[in-house]
Design a protein around this ligand. Structure first.
Ligand code: HEC
Length: 105
């Protein structure tokens, strides 16, 4: 009886640690890809940002008229649970288009 309990805890522990490991290796470059060229702001939004910002991980960012500079700053430096995106993932020009798309939609 005790052994079964212990084994269940062990299994639970392994599952939780695996889950944490998998999550911590999640990186922006996996979804953004290195050196990928983006078509426009709406493509970046739907392929990267919507992953969290439409799924209640992060706050809504559309329809809030957030200033473009503010958006670009957060994307480059990250903010708590939000990862930072480097220019190898979203280049400056694409980031400007993305920020404009978000502040106007
Ligand atoms: C892995 C999930 C995730 C991804 C991907 C992500 N964000 Fe975020 N974002 C968050 C979270 C969580 C917050 C809230 C951070 C906090 O605690 O303040 C946030 C906050 C923000 C804010 C501040 C919102 C406010 O209310 O002031 C902006 C702007 C933002 N993100 C833009 C973006 C953009 C643009 C992208 C796409 C390039 C993006 N985020 C991708 C999770 C994410």
């Amino acid at each position: 009886m005790e052994n079964t309990k212990l084994r269940n805890w062990a299994i639970c522990f392994v599952l939780v640690s695996t889950f944490i490991m998998v999550n911590s290796t999640w990186s922006a470059s996996e979804i953004a890809g290195q050196g990928h060229t983006w078509k426009d702001g709406s493509e970046i939004y739907s392929k990267i940002c919507a992953y969290c910002h439409e799924e209640r991980v992060g706050p809504r960012i559309l329809k809030r008229k957030l200033p473009s500079d503010y958006i670009q700053g957060i994307v480059r430096s990250g903010r708590r649970a939000m990862p930072a995106f480097r220019s190898s993932e979203i280049d400056d020009e694409s980031l400007a288009k993305l920020a404009e798309f978000i502040s106007k939609n």
